[in-house]
Design a protein around this ligand. Sequence first.
Ligand SMILES: Cc1cc2nc3c(=O)[nH]c(=O)nc-3n(C[C@H](O)[C@H](O)[C@H](O)COP(=O)(O)OP(=O)(O)OC[C@H]3O[C@@H](n4cnc5c(N)ncnc54)[C@H](O)[C@@H]3O)c2cc1C
Length: 465
Amino acid sequence: MTVTTAGQLPDTMHDVIVVGAGVVGSAIARELARHRLRAAFVDASDDVGNGTSKANTAILHTGFDAVPGSLESRLVRDGQRRLATYAAETGIPVEPLGALLVAWDQEQLAALPALAAKAERNGYHNARLIGADEVRAREPHLGPGALGALDVPGESIICAWTATLAYATQAVRGGVDLHLNCRVESVTSGGSHHELTTSRGLLRTRYLVNAAGLYADELDRELGHTDFTVTPRRGQLIVFDKLARELVRHILLPVPTALGKGVLVAPTVYGNVMLGPTAEDLGDKEATGATAEGLDFLREKGRRIMPELLDEEITAVYAGLRAATEHDDYRIRAHARQRYIAVGGIRSTGLTASMAIAAHVTDLLADAGLDLGDGHELEPVRMPNLGEAFPRPYQRADLIAADPEYGTLVCHCERVSRGEIRDALASTVPPGSLDGLRRRTRARGGRCQGFYCGAAVRELFEARR
Ligand SMILES: Cc1cc2nc3c(=O)[nH]c(=O)nc-3n(C[C@H](O)[C@H](O)[C@H](O)COP(=O)(O)OP(=O)(O)OC[C@H]3O[C@@H](n4cnc5c(N)ncnc54)[C@H](O)[C@@H]3O)c2cc1C
């Protein structure tokens, strides 16, 4: 098991290197771990899932509204099934709440039958139109004026952080090296292999997979292609306090527009409620800050959807950048002669599709000549539970009896115990920062945002380093 964050990189020839350890790169690394290969995945950041993958709306989509016949449609549908099964096996929190796509005016109402037909074309057969009375009965706190909805019972909420971490953990335990703080700066491709110049030195590999998210277009150009350009599409979100959770029963989706899925109201698996995201095309791939205009826009939308929500307290705001391109599909391309696979344009659905993308990319590698040999099952992993719908360690008398550290709370807002923090710090893929520790445990992620527990959490984090 090798995770490195500094120092010398291995001076060996790899069979495959994956650039990017977001949810997509980590899923690919996990898939590669099923084969006897010398493989590695590398990330510029100090942690896995530290790019777009840490800041999405965490919906496990059915793909009912994808473009029928597109690669995205196929991979989202396949990915949803794979990830739902994997989540049940590994303990990634998922809540199958179902979604209501609410129509607020006649035009939106008139659009619903076409969306139901689109769902059918995407192989999703459970969507049905419901009237205003049923909408109101199922969501009593909805604002006035909802005219009807498309009921999509298969939509779920999931913990995006644990999904990425589970993939990366299984990949590393399965023998794939993970090198963090390792930015790929340039690539030289010769007859038999690629040489990657990284911020930590040289890496050599026969096959290369580009899962660099927002930077996938730049790496693609490094390899001589101009297939797509990433225009970051920012999504700002507001997270309301857990006291708001009783207000919302479903994922409340708007009728989608050309710019994307629009502003939703949805519970999180941690027991909060979120409102967002915005959809703003930007020129800056680092612009993950929230803005006053963005938050005003969300408040205005949210007031219409659920006025009472706006009276609740806000725990946090955040923003993520989707890797939008000029194409309305993923840009996954095999350049077989070059032994290179570009995994670009993984935009609003990459979390859901991640495991299917990984299987597809592995097939493309085989088609491009990589000898995978027989695949084997990976050792199962069991991830720590962060979901409020499932027993957390502080609620489990059996765990606390065996180890009192699980009964000693450090973060009181999120009820995170010393035992969980200790375990995260000693885990296969340990956090590189306090934020990484938060994503693994929820410590400092609650109502006080670390005001009370911050010093104690930092002390535990520093002591382990
Ligand atoms: C607001 C918002 C809401 C969303 N909602 C959903 C949702 O509800 N459901 C869903 O399924 N999807 C959703 N998505 C989409 C999903 O989050 C993305 O599709 C997914 O996270 C993309 O993962 P990735 O691994 O491709 O990219 P990333 O997570 O960005 O990973 C790419 C990694 O590559 C690394 N990297 C880049 N360049 C280099 C380099 N030169 N060298 C080394 N490393 C490099 C980066 O550090 C980064 O960690 C949403 C996205 C946003 C922004």
